[in-house]
Design a protein around this ligand. Structure first.
Ligand code: NAP
Length: 334
């Protein structure tokens, strides 16, 4: 019997996950789809042979649905996740787990009370082959004790609705989770500096931004976020250790020798960069959900990202290093 997935949110990434489950995730099918926009839900449902539902609660409560995939907009996430946990159903939630740290804590409490892991958060970089190789190197000790991590997150352009805080919540949040996981460490403080602003985009947006994260271990992490760099989508990450450094490998692409030049293409779309990672995260979720539990990034990881984002947004206003105030990780999430 395949795992019957209920999809909440049939926008860009929800439709992509529905297509992924139908095309490349064995052992699962999309059984029900809901969206605030019924037309969007109907289109996605038709594309994968699912039925439509009127609301997230109908999806969660349906006897036909074994597990829930949340891809609605951020403010709606916590309510759906809490309903799924109350129903004892495994739930995959796209980031953010919730838009406030308080709501993340409510989810943690509910999940702990249920006695088993039910929540997986969509931090897909943990499933990227390059990041996995980097983590093996860091963990294997070949670089010595990690001292610094340098990260770059660039997009060709951002839409007009992209705001200065979104550089934290929507962009750097992926680096925050990636470095916590790479180093097996927590973010203790966040500081955001505003360098000279590009003239290529909108007045309301501070772009680029330079972020500094102090880890509990003392490791320093810097992240350049530049979402209107014009030339393409680029993710870089270099770990500097006491006895060596290691960098994410560049995404594969043909090396072209022509007209006295050697060149490789730069990706334009983040979906292409992490396509394999999205496939792998949903496959792992389906396998765990079929056993009635969850794997991968947890509700604690969602909470840790939320407090780090809050600190970074505070720092956008103060310019100071702001403490995240994260407490100890409960044993439940060890
Ligand atoms: P999107 O295209 O706007 O899709 C969200 C959909 O959910 C829209 O159709 C929206 O309808 C609908 N919706 C809003 N509230 C709802 C509710 N209460 N119940 C059911 N449907 C509801 O956004 P997206 O880009 O797919 O992003 C969705 C989520 O995924 C966001 O949290 C985003 O941060 C996350 N995301 C993660 C990644 C990643 O790399 N992991 C990448 C992209 C997005 P309306 O448009 O009518 O409001």
């Amino acid at each position: 019997m395949p795992l019957n997935v209920g999809l909440v949110g049939a926008g860009m990434i929800g439709a992509d996950h529905a297509r992924r489950i139908a095309a490349s995730v064995p052992g699962a099918r999309v059984a029900a789809v809901t969206d605030i926009d019924p037309g969007r839900a109907a289109a996605v449902a038709a594309s994968c042979g699912a039925r439509t539902a009127a609301s997230d609660r109908e999806v969660v409560g349906s006897g036909e649905v074994d597990a829930v995939l949340v891809a609605s907009w951020g403010p709606a996430h916590a309510g759906t996740v809490l309903a799924a946990v109350a129903a004892g159903k495994p739930v995959f939630c796209e980031k953010p787990l919730a838009t406030t740290a308080e709501d993340c804590l409510k989810i943690i409490e509910a999940e702990r009370a249920s006695g088993r892991r039910l929540v997986q958060v969509g931090f897909m970089r943990r499933y990227d082959t390059g990041y996995r190789a980097l983590k093996r190197l860091v963990g294997g000790g070949r670089l010595g004790e990690p001292l610094m991590v340098h990260c770059v997150h660039r997009n060709a352009s951002a839409p007009e609705e992209y705001r200065t805080e979104m550089a934290v919540h929507d962009t750097a949040v992926h680096e925050m989770d990636a470095v916590r996981w790479l180093l097996d460490d927590e973010i203790a403080s966040a500081q955001v500096l505003f360098p000279k602003r590009t003239r290529n985009r909108f007045e309301h947006l501070q772009d680029p931004q330079f972020m500094l994260f102090g880890m509990e271990s003392g490791v320093s992490v810097d992240v350049e976020v530049f979402v209107n760099c014009r030339y393409g989508y680029e993710i870089r990450c270099e770990v500097v250790g006491e006895s060596g450094t290691a960098e994410l490998p560049p995404p594969p692409g043909p090396a072209v020798r022509s007209a006295a030049r050697l060149s490789t293409p730069v990706l334009q779309d983040w979906k292409d960069r992490f396509a394999d990672a999205y496939d792998a995260e949903i496959r792992e979720w389906v396998m765990a959900a079929a056993e009635g539990t969850a794997a991968g990034p947890s509700a604690w990881d969602g909470y840790a990202a939320a407090v780090a984002c809050d600190a970074a947004v505070r720092s956008q206003r103060t310019g100071e290093a702001e403490p995240t105030g994260i407490g100890p990780r409960p044993d439940f999430y060890a």
